[in-house]
Design a protein around this ligand. Sequence first.
Ligand code: CTP
Ligand code: MG
Length: 336
Amino acid sequence: RMRRWQVESRPEIDTFTPGLLALYESLKPSEEHKSKQNQLVDSLTKSVSKEWPDAQLHLYGSCANSFGTSHSDVDVCLEMETGTESTAEALLKLADVLRSDNFDNVEAITSARVPIVRMSDPASGFSCDICINNLFAVANTKLLKDYAQIDQRLLQLAFLVKHWAKLRGVNETYRGTLSSYAYVLMCINFLQLREPKILPCLQAMEQTFTMNVDGTECAYFDEVHHLQDFGADNKESIAELLWAFFHYWAFDHDYRRDVISVRMGNTISKQEKNWTTRVGNDRHLMCIEDPFETGHDLGRVVDRQTLRILREEFERAAGVLQYNDDPCVTLFEPYD
Ligand code: CTP
Ligand code: MG
């Protein structure tokens, strides 16, 4: 294991908790933001039902998984029969419908792994991604939302990490860094690995929820109201956890050998997933297993150069929380 130094967080680390919690509170979306979101969903439902009366609209991503900030976009999945039409054709038609209903900047992006229509809503100014029949995203949205209800430190940690990642420029998949979704999975797995544990592994428990997506069973324990005290034995503060999160990714994670797996509540080896050699564009330098699409590595976008950037940022963050006089400000200083 690579461990450059074995340190404990500074003794006064908890004094930074109030500042971090205040920042967390300021990032949470307002009621106004949520009601604007609902209006957007209503007008979108009207547009879509004209062409596809049987389509069902699901919200996914941060507007529905409770990890959304007031800067988050709105992600929508349409569940519908496309008949003989391909998804790409349906998306092109959807783009036409939305344009004629006066949504702005409507663009069909059909070459992405998950093809979408992207547009903005003139009423709210929100940008919105719409996909068709990507029910994995609907399932993983529910999983994240359920994890968030078990221990409030998950939301606090993930909001701070997402905020840090956006400001430090390491939340840009098209440039080889990680998606918000990947950061949330990193936070969940990290809390599964604390001693005592702060989060359980819901996919290893009795299956009270199941949803079949394209032949894959997405199943886990979703009666999370029974787990309200799960993390109670662990008294770590948010400042301590944030420091430990960055410290883990800077010094303790074994990038060469390990895959983090929320599904297993643990790390597993690249070997057992056959993620040891590069296949096509999948480099597997930093491995984050999707909880349901288990062949999917959320870290596949990371290359040697961006891995170095990410690790330097994790190190910087851990160092700032360890030594800086005003870590709540310095940690989030924009990178340019
Ligand atoms: N998603 C996925 N696989 C990916 C990326 C995203 O299934 N490789 C799905 C997840 O359901 C995720 C959603 O798409 O929640 C939106 O992804 P992303 O924009 O990364 O996360 P958000 O939570 O929406 O974050 P933000 O607040 O930055 O919009
Ligand atoms: Mg989003």
